[in-house]
Design a protein around this ligand. Structure first.
Ligand SMILES: [Mg+2]
Length: 260
């Protein structure tokens, strides 16, 4: 088994989720279909709640900005109670449209996050993690490493995935979470922001991700990187494989203390 030796300055491990700790299929085949299958029911059940109304307001604001995009689905304001049903249908159609374009608008992510929270809490969803993830992160913590998550999913969605995982509540194993509010994952500045925010030098951080563009951005910011290859991930090119240290399991990560 090929091993990746963690460089000595590393004290902190930053983990991507999708394609790294968790199968890419979890998001595509479990989380997103859950939204599509349950959004109408969710809106009908939660419509009167303040949080749900705020989510709708944000989606309406986004819809106003999107009116120039092909296939755009407007969300009208409800003028009277008997128009609520039309409005719910418009929200459903708008969300389907945004999801068909794989958009990541804050308004969409906010509603999705609230729907997933409700599903995790009621046990309808459980976060998936690869079998090597929990034993590895437990071991890393025992060795004294700090562990952070950086994912394009919102911090709230991240906490739900790890808080209600198939292996129980994993949040106590994590030191913190970052999402794209620190910047996009393919931009180097985001990784410098994370390093600043956790008061770490970039060279103290090892970033694990399945996406080469993210590894490139992180490396440019001075972080150490390894690319994780999991079943179902996009295949890496030969050039990618020769440019980056690639692993198929966290068990392949070897720490300086293990060499002593
Ligand atoms: Mg990923």
């Amino acid at each position: 088994m090929a091993l990746f030796s963690v460089p000595t300055p590393v004290t902190t491990i930053l983990l991507d989720i999708e394609g790294t700790t968790t199968p890419i299929t979890f998001v595509k085949d479990v989380l997103f279909p859950y939204i599509k299958e349950n959004i109408k029911k969710y809106l009908l059940e939660h419509w009167q709640e303040k949080e749900c109304q705020e989510d709708i307001t944000q989606l309406q604001k986004q819809a106003e900005k999107d009116s120039h995009i092909d296939g755009f689905v407007p969300i009208p304001s409800a003028i009277s109670d008997n128009e609520t049903e039309n409005m719910i249908q418009a929200v459903v159609d708008n969300v389907y449209w945004q999801m068909s374009l794989d958009r990541k608008t804050t308004a969409l992510k906010q509603l999705q996050g609230h729907m997933w929270r409700s599903a995790y809490i009621t046990g309808q969803l459980k976060g998936e993690v690869y079998e090597d993830v929990v034993p590895s992160i437990r071991q890393w913590r025992e060795l004294g490493f700090k562990l952070y998550i950086y994912s394009s999913g919102s911090v709230e969605a991240q906490k739900l995935l790890f808080g209600y995982s198939i292996e129980g509540n994993l949040l106590k194993l994590l030191d913190g979470h970052f999402d794209t509010t620190v910047g996009h994952k393919v931009e180097s500045k985001s990784y410098r922001n994370i390093a600043d925010s956790i008061r770490c030098s970039p060279e103290n951080i090892l970033f694990l991700t399945d996406v080469v563009k993210e590894a490139f951005a992180a490396e440019k910011a001075g972080l150490h990187v390894a690319v994780v290859m999991r079943p179902g991930n996009d295949a890496l090119t030969d050039e990618d494989k020769s440019s980056y240290c690639c692993i198929t399991s966290f068990h392949q990560i070897n720490f300086p203390s293990e060499n002593n």
